[in-house]
Design a protein around this ligand. Structure first.
Ligand code: CP
Ligand code: NVA
Length: 296
């Protein structure tokens, strides 16, 4: 693994190796306190973030390294400097780049022009670190079985989740309205896997071991808010929908969450919710990614 811009670039063995390393790093953090000594991660942000910024920065601290946050609009990128030049400059100073950008093509351009590894911290198209952390959260519970995603199908989180499930042989069902279906490119990539796109949320969650949702209105879609909320009426994850899933099914959300919109407070704050374990595991999986791309 050189970069992590897209789950599609990883093999099943890459992910399994990463999860074995994550297990070890999570259980024995004391063995990794200096693996990043003298090393710097650049964190380039074009969109807001809480978890991604904090988990990468805290992760580098725990491994003895350093992370530098760069707000894109307050860098020369905001005044028109090409991303390719920025990638080349960063490559002269540090050991890796993590970026959160709008346009996925810019992520690819960043990775193509950087001599150091590039990690995708979310684009409009993909969120690979999220999917790796989420499936790790099921893996450590021995629950990698059937994941049902309910909500916006044409979404960065959904796309990466579908791809990660396909890679690991996990059954994935996506319930989303017509017109919000996952991007055709993603559908083609997973066409030979056990990934089903449905309209009815109840059909999707029947027997599932995990029910997953994301915000209905993603970053950058605020202008279409009313239209999106109208289309997603009936897709809220509530107690009734959870009751239709498997008996031991867990509730998952990448966060931030909007109680009363995509999920009820009863579900997200209830005993089946594992959302904070997902948030924690972002750090452990990302540390394993950083250690892999920087040191191996
Ligand atoms: N889930 C996630 O990526 O959260 P942030 O937007 O807070 O980074
Ligand atoms: N789909 C959401 C994910 C947030 C982590 C968004 O892009 O806003």
């Amino acid at each position: 693994m050189h970069d992590l811009t897209d789950i599609n670039d990883l093999s099943r063995a890459d992910i399994e190796t990463l999860y074995e390393l994550t297990d070890h790093m999570k259980r024995s953090p004391g063995e990794y306190t200096s693996v990043m000594a003298g090393k710097t991660l650049f964190m380039l942000f074009e969109k807001p973030s809480t978890r991604t910024r904090l988990s990468f920065e805290a992760g580098m601290t725990k491994m003895g390294g350093h992370a530098i946050f760069l707000d894109m609009m307050h860098s020369q990128l905001g005044r028109g400097e090409p991303i390719a030049d920025t990638a080349k400059v960063m490559s002269r100073y540090g050991e890796a780049i993590m970026a959160r950008l709008f346009d996925h093509d810019e992520m690819v351009e960043l990775a193509d022009n950087a001599a150091i590894p590039v990690i995708n911290g979310l684009t409009d198209f993909l969120h690979p670190c999220q999917a790796l952390g989420d499936l790790y959260t099921l893996y450590e519970r021995d629950m990698l079985d059937t994941v049902a995603f309910v909500g916006d199908g044409n979404n960065n989180v959904t796309h990466s989740l579908m791809q990660a499930c396909a890679k690991l042989g996990v059954s994935c069902r996506v319930a989303t309205p017509e017109g919000m279906q996952p991007d055709r490119k993603i559908q083609n990539r997973v066409k030979d896997a056990d990934v089903t796109i449905l309209v009815d949320p109840y059909e999707a969650v029947a027997g599932a071991s995990a029910v997953y949702t994301d915000v209905f209105v993603s970053m950058g879609e605020e202008e279409a808010r009313e239209e999106i909320l109208e289309a997603l009426e009936g897709y809220q994850v509530d107690a009734e929908l959870m009751a239709a899933a498997g008996e031991d099914a867990v509730f998952m959300h990448c966060l931030p969450a909007h109680r009363g919109v995509e999920v009820t407070a009863e579900v997200i704050d209830g005993p089946r919710s594992i959302v904070f374990d997902q948030a924690e595991n972002r750090l452990h999986v990302q540390n394993a990614v950083l250690h892999t791309v920087i040191n191996r």
